[in-house]
Write a protein that binds this ligand. Sequence first.
Ligand SMILES: [Zn+2]
Length: 234
Amino acid sequence: MNNFPASKSLTPSIHTAQQTNGPMLHLITHLIQRIWRRPVTLALTFLTVFLIAPLFLYHLLAYYLANDPRLVPSAFRTAKNILLVTAHPDDETLFFSPSILYRNDDATVTRGLLALSSGNYEGIGDIRRSELQRSCAELGIKRERCVNLDHYELQDNPQKWWREDLIEELVGEYVKKWNIDLIITFDDGGISGHVNHRAVSAGVSDLVNTYPKPHKAHQRTHYRPNSFYENTPV
Ligand SMILES: [Zn+2]
């Protein structure tokens, strides 16, 4: 009687796999066995995989490849007047700073920020408004293009859906006024899911979809900061 049928059948299957995949599988198995037997090697391996490698990739993407044109859509590479539309002060820093800093050494590109509310849900709108100005200075956005609208109908409130037609109208005014050819804003899910973010996305989408064709404005939807973008010509 055989109580361990699995172990009996396992050995031949490994041999078969080794024969099939050749020296590579053998090398991997050998390395795993060696690492497992030596705690110092095991610790170094974990350190490399979970700390050194992520830090290396972070520096590579944040500093060395940050301005690589292959990582951004063509509309972003050619835009001259960029408008970032957000819902609250600090959205620009939390979600969009890598995007707004792209090509920041190019003097021919102008950047603007339109924050629709002062973020006064907890009564600190004045502080956040002044922080927004400092944030713009750090991001290379000129003072005259760093606008906090703070419209009475568009107040920071995670329970209130903002009127899309009003967003469309207000953003549209700045698109015309500043001759904007690229809009950066939230994705459909508002990146973080905040209802005001999602309303901004919907309002800007409406604007992009109805904007007269001769104006070459684009919507750039942020599916995930620093990852994938979609551009829809107006
Ligand atoms: Zn926000």
